[in-house]
Design a protein around this ligand. Structure first.
Ligand code: BGC
Length: 367
């Protein structure tokens, strides 16, 4: 081989090698095409802050480009954040929607740019352009709350009727429907039998009527105002509420505040209140006997799952799901990965929440 031919051969080999080398160095797990836009509903709830920050960190550590946005629970704001992310070159969108029915047009835009869409925690409805859904088993969340009340109140053997007030989550959040259905499938039979009595009359006759007791945007102050109304109108003459179905922790905060201002204090006459999320303030309330339980969703597991989905998408692998029947968004059944939620009561705070590193002992006044 002459000098010249060897040089050309080397060049050719180099030209072949270069893209490979570039691939190998910048795309461990496809990081070069890993450009992700994350949109979360609000900073007003602790869980969304943790969710967003954890996922962002994992992705950045893996070499992805990430844009993380919070929308103050405003639908228009979320839509323009998503538009900006598409315009900015995002190839994957991770969206925890505010209104699960409002994103059709912006997702059509995403599809035109071949952007993959992962619905995060909340399903996005009415659009064909939702590729995957990662969430907790939302029906199970409600079922755990319903079964907790059933067992703790001993509904199968209760001697006297129990005064009970149910609440539901935000009417625009698809999850809220599942939470309610899970709980109501357990509790409605006891309302029908008269074991549970709802003095306010706000007991939906079927799962489908859940929005009639939904609290818009999951706001604590709205739950508090609603509980104030129920207590002042229907709990007169010494009547006491004994149990409250609260679908999550932010509503439980408002309900507890209302009870306190109406003179309830932890002890014999204090109602049993459910929750969901394991927010710090609520865990403190659980330790203080003001809230009976929370359904804990280890959001780190959800972040890990979405991270895996993103890696599988960028590597062109099959995305792993474990449910292909439950989440029909009105246009299609969205392939989903469901994670198991679990009950945390006072005696499980240490072993579940603190020992696992989800919360610090000092966060909840224990250390
Ligand atoms: C989430 C809950 C949360 C609620 C309010 C729901 O979609 O699944 O974890 O408590 O929204 O933000």
């Amino acid at each position: 081989m002459s000098h010249k031919t060897r040089f050309v051969a080397l060049l050719a080999a180099g030209a072949l090698m270069l893209p490979l080398a570039a691939c190998a160095s910048t795309t461990p797990g496809g990081a070069a095409n890993c450009n992700v836009g994350i949109t979360m509903p609000t900073r007003s709830l602790e869980r969304w802050i943790n969710d967003g920050e954890q996922l962002q960190k994992k992705l950045k550590d893996a070499g992805c480009t990430v844009d993380l946005q919070y929308a103050d629970n405003k639908v228009d704001q979320q839509i323009s954040q998503i538009q900006n992310q598409i315009a900015g070159g995002a190839k994957i969108l991770v969206i925890a929607s505010i209104d699960g029915t409002a994103l059709g047009p912006v997702l059509e835009e995403a599809a035109k740019q071949s952007v993959k869409v992962i619905a995060y925690d909340r399903l996005i409805n009415g659009s064909p352009n939702v590729d995957y859904y990662a969430t907790f088993d939302n029906y199970k969340v409600g079922q755990l709350q319903g079964n907790f009340l059933k067992d703790q109140l001993k509904l199968d053997s209760a001697a006297a009727p129990i005064n009970f007030e149910p609440f539901a989550g935000s009417p625009d959040d698809n999850n809220a429907k599942f939470f309610f259905a899970g709980a109501w499938d357990v509790l409605l039979p006891y309302v029908q039998k008269g074991t549970l009595v709802v003095p306010s009359g706000k007991a939906p006759k079927s799962n489908d009527e859940w929005t009639s007791i939904g609290i818009q945007s999951w706001q604590s102050d709205k739950a508090q105002a609603e509980m104030d109304n129920r207590l002042s109108s229907f709990y007169t003459g010494g009547k006491k509420v004994q149990a409250v179905l609260s679908p999550n922790d932010s509503l439980a905060i408002g309900i507890v505040a209302s009870l306190k201002s109406a003179g309830y204090a932890p002890g014999a006459d204090y109602p049993m209140i459910t929750g969901q999320d394991g927010d710090k303030a609520n865990v403190k309330a659980i330790l203080a006997g003001e809230q009976a339980m929370t359904v804990w969703k280890d959001t780190r597991k959800l972040g890990d799952r979405v991270f895996t989905m993103i890696q599988q998408i960028t590597k062109g692998e099959k995305v792993e799901v474990n449910d292909e029947k439950t989440y029909n968004n009105g246009v299609k059944v969205v392939p989903s990965y469901l994670i198991e939620p679990e009950v945390v009561t006072k005696d499980l705070v240490q072993s579940k929440l603190i020992d696992s590193g989800f919360l610090k002992a000092s966060d909840v006044g224990l250390g």
